[in-house]
Design a protein around this ligand. Structure first.
Ligand SMILES: NC(=O)c1ccc[n+]([C@@H]2O[C@H](COP(=O)([O-])OP(=O)(O)OC[C@H]3O[C@@H](n4cnc5c(N)ncnc54)[C@H](OP(=O)(O)O)[C@@H]3O)[C@@H](O)[C@H]2O)c1
Length: 261
């Protein structure tokens, strides 16, 4: 029976690069995101290049009813999924009180609720199958509070802590859980979060392909927390060295420089 890796957020950026890296290693895939046409052309391309089966499903995972429908389809389709990659995510930036509430709610629905629900549904299927692997995508933002991107940083702190907790809990079911914490990466993320992309372009951002290569190697070794790149490991570690008030001030000053006023 074919086993699939299901990847959310596979239509662009890090999710797409992970899809390609896994297809290159012979994995059959189920790609999920909202942009159907994009998913279709990626599925065709990956199948042609790597000879693997690539299915796709357009779904807004931030819409609980749509996600329920998709999960029901998966259950009825009886496809074995032995790797879940929760990569779909969005960011917002700027003063919290000035944000449109629906955008903040969408962020929590996608980054927190959908990710948790997919872990619950597919974690149960994996437990029945006797095992599997889950990779949740957090960020180096998960290691500290982030004024002017407070909701985003807090959502990633949730993903980090939730994933570490699950890792211990699910060991006995044969399910390995890892969490990926990339640093700034060249993707559409910053544009979606309405950050100053011209300023960000001047930074040496990692490519999504570099992040994906590091990640698939670390996944094979069942690493708990995957942080690609030395600079990003420093970004994740450095908040431990400064008092909390200073960490908040530094993160706030950096975010403010790249956020809309
Ligand atoms: N780029 C960075 O610097 C960076 C750093 C640390 C962590 N991350 C994290 O990495 C993950 C991937 O982001 P990225 O940088 O690759 O940005 P991206 O290129 O904007 O990718 C985001 C992906 O999420 C999907 N998505 C967004 N909302 C969705 C929804 N409601 N339902 C289903 N899919 C949805 C998008 O597809 P559709 O638009 O087709 O739905 C897209 O495939 C995110 O969790 C992000 O927080 C990024």
């Amino acid at each position: 029976m074919t086993r699939y890796a299901l990847i959310t957020g596979a239509s662009s950026g890090i999710g797409l690069a992970l899809a390609e890296a896994l297809a290159r290693r012979g994995r059959s895939l189920i790609l999920v995101a909202r942009q159907r046409d994009q998913l279709e052309s990626i599925a065709i391309e990956l199948t042609q290049r790597f000879g693997v089966e690539v299915l796709f499903r357009a779904c807004d995972v931030g819409e609980p009813l749509r996600l329920s429908g998709f999960l029901l389809e998966l259950e009825e389709g009886e496809r074995q999924i032995d790797l879940l990659v929760n990569c779909a995510g969005i960011g917002t930036s700027g003063p919290f009180l000035a944000q449109d509430w629906m955008t903040e709610q969408d962020l929590i629905e996608v980054n927190v609720l959908a990710l948790t629900r997919l872990c619950h549904a597919l974690g149960n299927s994996m437990a029945l199958q006797g095992g599997g692997q889950i990779l949740n995508v957090a960020s180096v933002a998960a290691f500290q509070p982030g004024p002017w991107m407070s909701t985003y940083y807090a959502s990633k702190a949730y993903v980090l802590h939730f994933s570490e907790g699950l890792r211990e809990e699910l060991k006995s079911c044969g399910i390995k859980v890892s969490v990926l914490c990339p640093g700034p990466t060249r993707t559409a993320f910053f544009g979606t979060a309405q950050m100053d992309t011209a300023k960000l372009d001047r930074l040496a951002l990692m490519s999504p392909e570099e992040v994906a290569l590091h990640t698939v190697r670390a996944l094979a070794k069942n690493k708990a927390i995957i942080i690609p790149g030395r600079r990003n490991r420093w970004l994740a570690f450095s908040p431990r060295l400064s008092p909390r008030w200073l960490t908040r001030k530094i993160a706030g000053a950096i975010n403010k420089a790249y956020c809309p006023r």
